[in-house]
Design a protein around this ligand. Structure first.
Ligand SMILES: Cc1cc2nc3c(=O)[nH]c(=O)nc-3n(C[C@H](O)[C@H](O)[C@H](O)COP(=O)(O)OP(=O)(O)OC[C@H]3O[C@@H](n4cnc5c(N)ncnc54)[C@H](O)[C@@H]3O)c2cc1C
Length: 354
C-alpha cells in the first residue's frame, strides 16, 4: 500500500482466493492495531473483540493479570480480506489464485513463475509468503523449529462466552501451549502449538485435544458443551520459531519471511506490519535490501532471543510447572515479558497512543 501510494507499480501475488482462515491466535497487539490504523483499517469496525486481561493456566493452577495495553481479537479471515480490499483501493494490482512456483534472478531482473504457467518480471521482489517456504528460498530452521500449530473455531456455551470475554486465556499442557479468546461474533478461537515428538507419540488431533482437556481444568471447563465449527482444525508444521533473516540477499523479506517470533507473544502480525512498513520506507529512500535486513535484525534480536528462550521452556515439564508459580509470585513478570518481547517503541513507524 505504501509503495503504491508513492506511485510505484505494485503487483500482489496471492495463492488463495479470499476470504479464508489461517493458523493464528488472532490476537491483535497494540502495535498491530496502530499499524492497521495507518493502513486505514479499524478492527473494531469489523467486529473485533476487546482483550484487557490474560489468564494463564497449567493443570489446576490459574493466574490472571491485566495486560499492559488494550488489545483486540479478530479472525484472520475478516482481517486479511479487509487488508486485501484496502490494498486494491490503494492502487495495488491484486492477483488472487496466483501461486508462485519459483523465483530466480537474472542480471537485474527477477523472474517469477506461477503455477498456472504464467511468468512475470519485476525489478524488485518483496517476499511475503508467510509461514510456508518458497522452493530455493527456504528460511533457516529457527532455534525452535519442532512445533506444530493447530487452530479451530468453537461455539462456546453462553456462560463460558461471558467468562472468556475480555480475556486471552493462555494455557500450558504436556509438550505445548496455546491460547483461547473470542473473536468477532462471540466465536472462540482455540490455537495451540505442540512438540512434534509429543504429537507423534499420542496420535493425532483427536488424541491431542483429549490429552489437553484431561490435563488442563480451565480449558476443559471452557469447552464444556462447546461445538467445533469446523470438521477439522487447520494445521501447520515445523514453524521456525526464533528465525531472523540475515542481510545477504537482494530479496526483501517481510513478515514471517523476515522473522518468526513464538506465538505466545501475540506479536507476529505487528512484526509483519512493521517489517513491511520499514522495507517500503527504506526502499523508497533508496536503501538496499541488505541494509534493511541488518536494521530489522538489530531491532528484533533481543526480543526474539528472550521469546524463543521462554517458548522453549514452556514446552518442558519444568517450565509448565514453574510458569504459573512465577507469575503468581511476581505479578509484574507478565508486564516485563510483554514489554521485553515486543518491538521496542523507538523503532515503531506507527506510534501507539498512550
Ligand atoms: C500457532 C500460531 C499462532 C499465532 N498467533 C498469533 C497471534 O495471536 N497474534 C499475532 O500477531 N501473530 C500470531 N501468529 C503469527 C502470525 O500469524 C504471523 O506472524 C503473520 O501472519 C505473518 O504475516 P505474513 O504476511 O508474513 O504471513 P501470512 O499471514 O502467512 O501470509 C502469507 C500469504 O502468502 C500466501 N502465499 C504463501 N505461499 C505463496 C506462494 N507460493 N504464492 C503465492 N502466495 C503465497 C499465503 O496464502 C498467505 O496469504 C501466530 C502464528 C502461529 C503459527
Amino acid at each position: 500500500m505504501r509503495l503504491a501510494a508513492a506511485g510505484r507499480d505494485v503487483t500482489l501475488l496471492e495463492k488463495e482466493r479470499y476470504p479464508h482462515h489461517k493458523v493464528c491466535g488472532e490476537f491483535l497487539s497494540r502495535e498491530t492495531v496502530e499499524y492497521l490504523g495507518v493502513a486505514g483499517i479499524n478492527p473494531l469496525a469489523l467486529g473485533a473483540a476487546t482483550i484487557r486481561f490474560v489468564r494463564l493456566s497449567s493443570k489446576q493452577r490459574v493466574v490472571e493479570a491485566a495486560l499492559p495495553f488494550t488489545a483486540l481479537s479478530l479472525s484472520r479471515r475478516a482481517l486479511d480480506a479487509a487488508m486485501m480490499a484496502r490494498a486494491a483501493e490503494s492502487g495495488c494490482e491484486l492477483r488472487l489464485g496466483a501461486l508462485v512456483d519459483s523465483l530466480a534472478r537474472r542480471d537485474d531482473v527477477w523472474l517469477v513463475q506461477l503455477r498456472n504457467g504464467e511468468s512475470l518480471c519485476a525489478r524488485t521482489v518483496f517476499l511475503a509468503n508467510g509461514k510456508h517456504d518458497l522452493r530455493g528460498w527456504e528460511r533457516g530452521r529457527g532455534a525452535q523449529g519442532d512445533l506444530i500449530g493447530f487452530k479451530l473455531h468453537w461455539q462456546l456455551a453462553q456462560v463460558q462466552i461471558e467468562a472468556l470475554r475480555e480475556f486471552m486465556e493462555l494455557f500450558l499442557f504436556p509438550g505445548g501451549y496455546g491460547g483461547l479468546s473470542l473473536v468477532e461474533g462471540d466465536v472462540a478461537n482455540l490455537c495451540l502449538v505442540v512438540h512434534r515428538r509429543v504429537l507423534r507419540r499420542i496420535g493425532g488431533w483427536t488424541e491431542l485435544l483429549a490429552a489437553l482437556l484431561d490435563d488442563n481444568r480451565q480449558i476443559r471447563q471452557r469447552l464444556q458443551g462447546a461445538k467445533a465449527l469446523w470438521e477439522r482444525p487447520l494445521a501447520i508444521s515445523s514453524i521456525p520459531y526464533g528465525y531472523l533473516a540475515g542481510g545477504v540477499s537482494s530479496l526483501w523479506r517481510v513478515g514471517d519471511q523476515a522473522a518468526v517470533i513464538p506465538s505466545f507473544t501475540g506479536d507476529g502480525m505487528s512484526i509483519a506490519l512493521h517489517s513491511g512498513s520499514l522495507a517500503a520506507e527504506m526502499y523508497l529512500a533508496g536503501a538496499g535490501a541488505e541494509d534493511y535486513h541488518r536494521r530489522l535484525h538489530s531491532q528484533l534480536r533481543r526480543g526474539m532471543a528472550l521469546a524463543t528462550l521462554l517458548s522453549r521452556a514452556m514446552v518442558t515439564s519444568v517450565g509448565r510447572k514453574l510458569a504459573p508459580l512465577c507469575l503468581s509470585l511476581f505479578p509484574n513478570a507478565m508486564r516485563w515479558i510483554a514489554a521485553s518481547t515486543r518491538i521496542p517503541e523507538r523503532y515503531l513507524l506507527a506510534k501507539p497512543a498512550e
